[in-house]
Ligand binder design. Structure first.
Ligand SMILES: Cc1cc2nc3c(=O)[nH]c(=O)nc-3n(C[C@H](O)[C@H](O)[C@H](O)COP(=O)(O)OP(=O)(O)OC[C@H]3O[C@@H](n4cnc5c(N)ncnc54)[C@H](O)[C@@H]3O)c2cc1C
Length: 480
């Protein structure tokens, strides 16, 4: 094994994130023969449902709409290409919600919280079945999700998480791991004990998104890429306006994730934080050395979460650790070399034995952080506009739930899905701009500084500590 102080090889590529699409998406596009984007909208069309955004939320909504009503006229308008946003850039953690029980129980009570968790768990399995049924090799592997404790302060969090699952009657969903059990799954000098959630699957997210797009095209869904929607006129038949044309529909679905910060009706429900991922060269022998061959998803307990997973060819994709909060979705979400370095530093800390393994790629994207750390799905009161937002960096499995909810709401179907607690919940708001972005930026840096200090066995300074605690004091379910 290499010495723990060995330096990390960052290639030039990694230092210029945003200069290209994510590695996942480049692979997926290459597998399709690098097709041209679908033609942008260039005329006026009528439809039953217009969906703005070709990420997982928009794609699953179209999927469930056409599953229920194959005759429905569905149009998707995507400013980039389908999967070009966070959907094709995320870590590929399709993870359960048993680690969200604290917030769910606080907001909705134990019974509804468990229903919500079971819905997300079912979605994980359903994603696997969707891949099988449609012959989509998206590397779906359900190997569970391990939480690793990396600081004293996190021991209590781990215990509480496990205890809460027991209290709501779901002891099998989240269980404690001793330090030896953690080491048996993955050895890192940074890991102590931990917890294990059995509902967790890894996917290659861009393979999944592009596979979904293909299925929709086969079903006759019209998709226009390179089409930015500049506004939607509400009313009885919403009109989505884009540069070259417009779509008049009976219902409109806003599936724009962090870009909702720019939509007046929804903007105060989220702040956009960035997250970045670095990807190593294949190193299957090193993975064997640290015993990480089971395919588990792994995270630590930081609010500025570090998350990491392996790929079938023996790479590690390692995310988080830094990032910024911003007012608009700009280059800071894709071109932030400091955030890449912070992710790389986290990787070096956790996996010193990979010191000479090159990092081959890096990319980032926006995360739509909600005041509750949970998403909300619903209809804007008095309109035919529907939305799903606030995934807070955990959307791969929940977007599958959102797709079912939005389809059922549009079709006015009275199902268990529309009775989930995150459907049309009481709206929670952040302060108005500019305080929202300034506050989010300051608090984000304070949380990172506090957690880094704790990890290094230092006390965070008074001001940093107070700032990091501010969201909880203001009633938001963010931070510890
Ligand atoms: C680096 C990173 C890592 C992540 N890791 C994970 C993970 O491991 N597990 C997990 O569960 N979640 C993860 N997430 C979060 C996850 O990717 C999202 O929650 C999920 O992709 C949300 O899907 P979506 O369709 O709602 O949004 P998006 O994927 O953002 O799709 C929204 C789409 O709307 C389009 N759009 C926006 N505005 C307009 C407009 N005006 N007109 C037309 N189109 C528009 C955008 O171009 C975009 O394609 C991560 C996110 C990031 C950035």
């Amino acid at each position: 094994m290499a010495s723990p102080t060995a330096s990390l090889n960052l290639t030039g590529l990694a230092l210029t994130p945003g200069a290209q699409r994510s590695w996942w998406l480049r692979q997926a596009l290459a597998r399709e023969g690098d097709p041209a984007p679908l033609p942008s909208l260039a005329s006026h069309v009528n439809a039953d449902v217009v969906i703005v955004g070709g990420g997982f939320t928009g794609l699953w909504t179209a999927y469930f709409l056409t599953e229920a009503r194959p005759d429905l006229g569905v149009v998707i308008l995507e400013q980039d290409i389908c999967g070009g946003g966070p959907t094709g850039r995320n870590g590929g953690f399709a993870s359960g919600w048993w680690d969200e029980l604290d917030g769910l129980v606080t907001l909705y009570g134990p019974e509804a919280a468990v229903r919500a968790c079971r819905a997300v768990s079912s979605s994980i399995d359903a994603i696997g079945r969707f891949c099988d049924d449609n012959s989509i090799d998206a590397w779906f592997r359900k190997a569970g999700y391990m939480y690793a404790i990396t600081a004293d302060a996190h021991e209590r969090l781990s215990e509480e998480m496990v205890a809460l699952a027991r209290e709501v009657g779901a002891p099998d969903e989240m269980r404690e791991l001793t330090p030896a059990e953690v080491r048996a799954r993955c050895q890192s000098p940074a890991f102590r004990g931990g917890a294990f959630m059995r509902d967790g699957a890894s996917v290659q997210p861009a393979y999944l998104a592009r596979g979904l797009r293909k299925v929709l095209l086969e079903r006759g869904v019209r998709i226009h890429e390179g089409t930015t929607v500049t506004g939607i006129d509400g009313g009885d038949r919403p009109l989505a306006r884009a540069g070259g044309g417009s779509v008049r529909a009976r219902h409109a679905v806003l599936a724009v994730n962090a870009w909702a910060t720019g939509w007046p009706q929804l903007g105060r429900r989220l702040v956009a934080w960035s997250s970045y991922i670095v990807l190593t060269a294949p190193a299957p022998d090193r993975l064997k050395e640290v015993g990480w061959t089971g395919g588990e998803l792994i995270t630590d307990f930081r609010t500025s979460l570090r998350y990491f997973r392996t790929t079938p060819d023996g790479r590690i994709a390692f995310g988080g650790g830094g990032g910024r909060a911003r007012r608009t979705i700009d280059d800071a979400f894709t071109h932030d070399a400091r955030a890449v370095n912070e992710a790389a530093e986290g990787f070096r800390l956790m996996f010193p034995s990979f010191g000479d393994v090159p990092i081959e790629d890096a990319w980032g994207g926006p995360i739509d952080v909600s005041p509750t750390h949970l998403p909300a799905f619903g209809r804007i009161h008095g309109t035919k506009l529907y939305y799903a937002l606030g995934y807070t960096g955990n959307g791969v499995a929940p977007t599958h739930v959102a797709g079912q909810v939005l389809a059922d709401l549009v079709l006015e179907r009275d199902t268990d899905t529309v009775r989930l607690p995150m459907v049309n919940p009481k709206p929670r708001m952040f302060p108005p701009q500019p305080f929202r972005s300034w506050g989010a930026a300051v608090v984000r840096r304070a949380m990172i500084a506090k957690e880094t200090a704790e990890e290094n066995g230092r006390e965070p300074g008074f001001v940093v500590d107070q700032l990091a605690r501010m969201p909880r004091r203001m009633g938001y379910l963010l931070g510890h």
